[in-house]
Design a protein around this ligand. Structure first.
Ligand code: FAD
Length: 474
């Protein structure tokens, strides 16, 4: 008998639910197992920061597997073609173990795969691994799902959290099936120039870096998390999102590490744990609204007349709007594939409420760039910022980019780090460089309209337009 573990976005050997169950079954039945990853051509054609980081992580995980004597087979091709290749080659395949994804496109893929295997009389076992609570676990008394975060969070906090799964990693190799590589094209994928095309500037990849960051964050920064998390310059957040996205860390590891410091870290720990609840919340909402990538969750806002102006979109995505904090955020994204949460809120608000552009354009741009891209959290974040989600901010709450900048980057040093043209602009003008007198511009080496753009819109005018748009449809 042979069993397979299908890795997806869960690149670790410790505390991996599907792997844990597979190995326990293999040992019980004195069977054999193998590990595989499906390389979908849809994701390998145009590699931007998001997939670059993902593939680098996958490549690193293959090395980790190798260190444990495990070969992670890479199978390239359309889903059915790839699965067919596997079942043809492994005639004794009894069952496939994997960690499920219940939201959006991936849930469709899961179902297709399950149907495929069942037709061939191969069992499938799917587990909740990537979240602390799956989409059907935290419900209201009547069994309905929560649409608003606060009561969800209250209920979520009362639920016991899953413990870590101790995978017996020392015996993984002993039970491995002897198989030649399943697919030549898959095996050589990383030998082609894929990784050398990488543009990403995010250094820390892999399990060791992730564990190190988790420890450092919990030991040194958790106490200050509540007070400093909104200040981009401080790097006071955990920056664990890329590891949670690729599954290099499990949410159980992150939760229990932080929860163990509850007493010392007090409000810092509580606030941090509630962020993990947001992650589960958006996953649940997405699972209940599989079409939310394209459709507003608030029914009455599905017909809003968002713009699609290409020129404005280019200014926004290139960090050339003329509003320093917005531009700094977008340039951080373009440079390292990650953006501070406060800046995600500011830049998303700017695209939708200042440029009045369709939130879907922004959601897709973030998808291309974010190394922590997570469909559920990204859609949730964008619908929240555009005031069209379930748990929406009221539409009349529009972020003022200048005020936000002054509040969260008071001295302007974060701006100076990412918008180099503004490097020598004095604090007095850093959030409103267009107000610099000519002599100050000259002294700072930054001529407005030449070295750095004039503000591309009048915020107070655009704010009114946004509110009118909502009023008209609401
Ligand atoms: P921390 O502050 O250290 O938080 C810890 C963890 O909690 C994060 O790693 C993340 O997994 C989770 N988390 C924190 N805030 C949120 C939130 N608002 N929603 C869901 N989970 C949260 N997060 C993503 O992981 N992927 C995305 O694609 C994504 N897109 C977003 C788009 C917009 C417009 C907005 C406003 C937010 C988005 N977020 C997304 C949420 C949040 O910005 C990031 O999770 C956070 O910035 C990651 O940095 P961190 O690990 O330092 O977070």
């Amino acid at each position: 008998e042979t069993y397979a573990v299908w890795f997806r976005s869960d690149f670790r050997l410790d505390d991996q639910v599907a792997l844990y169950h597979a190995i326990e079954t293999v040992k019980r039945n004195d069977a054999r197992w193998f590990a595989f990853f499906h390389l979908d051509p849809r994701f390998t054609k145009e590699i931007d920061l998001h997939h670059d980081y993902f593939f680098q992580t996958l490549n690193d995980f293959r090395k980790l597997c190798k260190d444990h004597g495990v070969h992670l087979h890479l199978v390239y091709g359309e889903l059915k073609e790839a699965l067919n290749r596997i079942t043809k080659r492994v005639s004794s395949l009894e069952a496939v173990f994997f960690n499920r994804d219940d939201a959006g496109e991936n849930s469709v893929r899961d179902q297709e795969a399950i149907d495929f295997f069942h037709k061939k009389e191969i069992e499938t076992y799917a587990y909740e691994d990537a979240h602390l609570h799956g989409p059907h676990e935290v419900t209201k008394q009547d069994g309905d799902y929560y649409k608003v975060f606060t009561p969800y969070h209250k209920a979520w906090s009362k639920e016991e959290k899953p413990r870590s799964y101790q995978v017996d990693t020392k015996t993984l190799a002993d039970y491995q099936a002897e198989l030649k590589p399943l697919h030549e094209k898959g095996e050589t994928f990383f030998e082609e120039d894929v990784l050398s095309r990488c543009k990403g500037d995010w250094q820390a990849i892999g399990r060791e870096a992730a564990l190190d960051r988790l420890e450092t964050f919990v030991d040194e920064r958790l106490n200050y998390y509540k007070n400093e998390r909104d200040i981009p310059l401080k790097a006071a957040t955990s920056r664990l999102s890329p590891y949670l996205k690729t599954g290099v860390l499990s949410p159980r590891e992150v939760y229990h590490h932080a929860a163990a410091r509850r007493e010392e870290a007090g409000a810092g720990a509580e606030t941090y744990l509630s962020e993990l609840a947001w992650r589960d919340f958006y996953y649940m909402i997405h699972a209940h609204h599989p079409d939310s990538k394209n459709k507003e969750l608030t029914e009455k806002y599905t017909a809003l007349s968002w713009g699609e102006d290409e020129e404005c979109f280019q200014l926004w995505s290139g960090g050339m709007t003329g509003f320093p904090i917005v531009d700094a955020g977008m340039r951080q994204l373009n440079r390292i594939g990650w953006m501070h949460n406060r800046l995600r809120m500011i830049t998303a608000s700017f695209l939708t409420k200042d440029y009045l552009l369709d939130w879907r354009l922004g959601e897709r741009y973030f998808q291309k760039k974010l190394i922590d891209y997570d469909a559920s959290s990204n859609i949730g974040g964008w619908q929240w910022a555009a005031s069209v989600g379930t748990d929406a901010v009221p539409y009349f709450r529009v972020f003022n980019p200048t005020t936000q900048g002054k509040r969260f980057d008071t001295d302007g040093d974060f701006i100076r780090k990412y918008v180099q043209e503004l490097e020598n602009v004095p604090k007095k003008f850093i959030h409103e460089p267009w107000k610099m007198p000519e002599d100050v511009q000259k002294e700072a080496g930054c001529l407005i309209g030449k070295d750095y753009p004039e503000p591309s819109v009048d915020h107070s005018v655009q704010r009114k337009k946004a509110i009118e748009m909502f009023k008209g449809e609401g």
